[in-house]
Design a protein around this ligand. Structure first.
Ligand SMILES: [Zn+2]
Length: 313
């Protein structure tokens, strides 16, 4: 199928940090000198795709934005293949650097009031790794990436591009008028329990399990939305993921006076996250010192021949 939308090497899938802007991200972007050049709704092999916004920043850099991970209001993301649609568009558009933001809870076991090193609400996290929610390694059905395991395998060290995490950290430090309580970079070894498109948050039992597993491995776990790191790697993209911790894993603790969820989501976070995203997209270049592309390993031709050949037409 032909792709009919705009092309760019940089993109963001938005996400919950900018939800409070509703459908006004472009208005906010305009105040920062980023012009929205067009709004598209490309067709994909899996049905009509999500909205694709095409921007040009003050430096002339162009980027694409697909709101909220490619999800469409009132459509079940799994049933409607929203992740395949979004990645097919980004892949066809030639995207090489993909920015994704998430929010949600911390299951850090270190939650005593004086434990300053713990991952707490109000922190920015650039995770080291993730726990998978993919039932199988993912690809793009109906394309040459449908099942490419015999040809190329994605090694999932450094799922979140380390130089891009550095770039996010330095952009976060330059935010005007706002400081995160603490920034946990990849060296902190935080693990994202990847969760996408549910109608609820994790149960108390899940959070307790993640908390105890984090204590055992020495890698604190956070929960939140992110697209498939395997799919990003298979599609040849560097994935930049930032996470703003908005609550504890089972919700805000009633005695926490510093933060309230709706105020955070509607007032504080959207402008902070949108400013961070725009500054990142306007200035970042494709990394050359990471292993993102090398970690998509080409495999010996024998492996593909070990499978049944495709049926002759
Ligand atoms: Zn990379």
């Amino acid at each position: 199928m032909e792709y009919g939308g705009p092309r760019a090497a940089f993109a963001t899938l938005g996400g919950s940090p900018t939800w409070g802007l509703g459908d006004r991200f472009h208005e906010f972007a305009a105040t920062r000198g980023h012009e929205r050049l067009g709004v598209h709704r490309p067709r994909t092999p899996y049905g009509l795709g999500p909205q694709v916004e095409h921007y040009r920043g003050p430096s002339g850099r162009e980027f694409l934005r697909i709101p909220t991970y490619g999800q469409v209001d009132n459509e079940d993301p799994l049933l409607r293949a929203s992740e395949w649609k979004a990645f097919w568009i980004l892949w066809k558009a030639g995207v090489r650097v993909l920015l994704v933001g998430g929010t949600s809870g911390s299951c850090d076991w270190r939650r005593a009031a004086g434990d300053e090193s713990g991952v707490r609400p109000g922190d920015l996290v650039l995770p080291k790794s993730y726990l998978t929610r993919d039932t199988m390694p993912t690809g793009l059905p109906g394309t040459e990436l449908e099942f490419c395991l015999a040809h190329r395998v994605a090694i999932m060290d450094d799922p979140f591009c380390p130089p891009l995490a550095d770039a996010l950290r330095s952009r976060a430090a330059q935010l005007p008028d706002f400081r995160f309580r603490r920034v946990h970079g990849p060296e902190a070894g935080v693990v994202l329990n990847r969760w996408l498109a549910g109608n609820g948050f994790e149960s108390l039992a899940t959070c307790r399990m993640l908390e105890s597993s984090g204590r055992q491995t020495g890698m604190p776990i956070i929960t939140g939305d992110c697209v498939s790191p395997v799919l990003a790697r298979v599609c040849g993209m560097h994935l930049a993921y930032y996470h703003v911790v908005a609550n504890w894993g089972t919700g805000l603790e009633p005695e926490d006076p510093t933060i309230s969820l709706n105020r955070l989501y509607l007032e504080t976070l959207p402008a902070v996250a949108a400013t961070l995203e725009l500054a990142f997209l306007a200035a970042v270049s494709e990394p050359t010192t990471c292993r993102c592309r090398e970690l998509l390993r080409v495999r010996p031709a024998e492996y593909a021949r070990a499978m049944s050949p495709p049926a002759a037409e």
